[in-house]
Design a protein around this ligand. Structure first.
Ligand code: GDP
Ligand code: IMO
Ligand code: MG
Length: 420
């Protein structure tokens, strides 16, 4: 038996947290493999609302949790999240994970501020600069954070060049807290507090799979925020697609048995970038309000649009999605007529897969198929109870994508989940 990977098929915020929690009930180990605290995953259990930024969403079920080498780890957020749980957590953080340092946060802001146009609209969590340092081999790893001597050396190597970059290149004044001494004091303390979680997630996860345990690998972000295959440059700096679960944890391809893609019944996006089916009208506002489409991490209003099968077709191919979970269909309840985009038109030609060139994506015109609306209260217990029109909506998507929609989510609560 191999691991199951859970990925987002759109631009993030598809409900991966809720769905990972749903599948975590029967899992033994849940691991995050990419991104950092740019992610925000909400899990609702009765009166309790968990907001996970770095912890895998298996934490709500108190399962063994792992954070892979592919994660950009902000130790301040990590400690806050662990403490916030209020109870002991069985957590292993890979020694190789890259640490988000204060200069990464400041550079993230400075780079965005400097741009006249084409701002990405990042979360400001230092993710881009942190992964850039990993690629250029100057990054600080978790194993160095927890070793005072090595941390001091790494901070002294990185501090000077980053201060110059901030001040001289970006004209950014980092403030009086930005001192090598203060950063070392704060981060060595964080290292001490987090040291007991340092381990080898690649080995832990391999061993768990080989001994027949159920392993879930949870992505952050969504397919079209992928650093290569997303709408570059309006993307994040890691890889949220299923293939990255292998490199983000340290597993061979044969370790993956199943890939579950999570897609909202409509589309949302936070930050800049092309969005063919975007609704800048009253229906869009209505979906935003009803779906509470405001970022978990930054509180920004999410852009909203119709469901886009061009995106999902490409996402299925890139991820090798075995089954789809459709979330938030309840949010569409009460809208008289719904649209699903089946393909795009570009200069008179039909486009069925997302083009590589982001400029071209911006010029694509969506082609819609209309569907009659439906009412969903969130209390339904079976697919049949959703009614004819809602079933037709789901079945059309399934047929077009040639992929089974195995679960339909009709509310934020753990139990508002219909298995088909
Ligand atoms: P993630 O980043 O993919 O984990 O998604 P987020 O947690 O950022 O955003 C999804 C939001 O929708 C959260 O507030 C969830 O509690 C909520 N949610 C998830 N599934 C459903 C659903 O089926 N219906 C409704 N109404 N809300 C949902
Ligand atoms: P979850 O895991 C939605 C977006 C940002 C911005 C772009 C780059 O909750 O689905 P970054 O800070 O990563 O450099 O920003 O990516 N973004 C997300 N959008 N959900 C997320 O995570 C996101 N993480 C990053 O809004 O457009
Ligand atoms: Mg989110």
């Amino acid at each position: 038996m191999g691991a199951t990977v859970i990925v987002g098929l759109q631009f993030g915020d598809e409900g991966k947290g809720k769905i990972t929690d749903f599948f975590a009930e029967k899992a033994d180990l849940v691991a995050r493999f990419n991104g950092g605290n740019n992610a925000g995953h909400t899990v609702v259990v009765g009166e309790k609302k968990f907001k996970f930024f770095l912890l895998p969403s298996g934490a709500a079920h108190k399962k063994k949790c792992c954070i892979g080498a592919g994660v950009a780890l902000d130790p301040k957020t990590m400690l806050k999240e662990i403490t916030g749980l209020g109870e002991k957590i069985d957590l292993v953080i890979d020694a190789r994970a890259q640490i988000v340092m204060p200069w990464h946060n400041l550079l993230d802001l400075a780079i965005e501020q400097k741009k006249d146009s084409q701002k990405i609209g990042t979360t400001g969590r230092g993710i881009g600069p942190c992964y850039a340092d990993r690629a250029s081999r100057s990054g600080i790893r978790f194993l160095e954070l927890v070793d005072e001597k090595r941390l001091q050396k790494k901070i002294s190597e990185n501090f000077g060049p980053n201060r110059l970059l901030l001040e001289l290149v970006f004209g950014f004044s980092p403030g009086s807290d930005f001192s090598e001494k203060k950063i070392f004091e704060e981060y060595s303390e964080l290292g001490k507090k987090l040291k007991s979680y340092c381990g080898d997630v690649s080995l832990e996860t391999s061993n768990a799979i080989n001994s027949g345990k159920k392993v879930l690998l949870e992505a952050a972000q969504g397919t079209f925020l992928d650093n290569d295959f997303g709408t570059y440059p309006f993307v994040t700096s890691s890889h949220p697609i299923a293939g990255a679960a292998l490199t983000g944890i340290g597993l061979p391809a044969k370790a993956i048995e199943k890939i579950i893609g999570v897609a909202k019944a409509y589309t949302t996006r936070v930050g800049s970038g092309p969005f063919a089916t975007e609704l800048n009208n009253e229906i869009g506002s209505r979906i935003r309000e009803k779906g509470m489409e405001f970022g978990t991490t930054t509180g920004r209003p999410r852009r909203v649009g119709w469901l886009d099968l061009v995106l999902l077709r490409t996402a299925n191919r890139l991820n090798g999605t075995g089954e789809i979970v459709m979330t938030k269909i309840d949010v569409l309840s009460g809208i008289e007529e719904l649209n699903i985009c089946t393909e795009y038109l570009l200069e008179g030609k039909t486009i069925r897969e997302v083009p590589a060139d982001t400029e071209k994506i911006s010029k694509c015109i969506p082609v819609y198929k209309k569907f009659p609306g439906f009412e969903i209260s969130g209390k339904e217990k079976s697919f049949a109870e959703l009614g004819k029109n809602a079933r037709a909506y789901v079945e059309f998507v399934e047929k077009e994508l040639k992929t089974r929609i195995s679960v339909v989510s009709i509310g934020a609560e753990r139990n508002q989940t219909i298995l088909r």
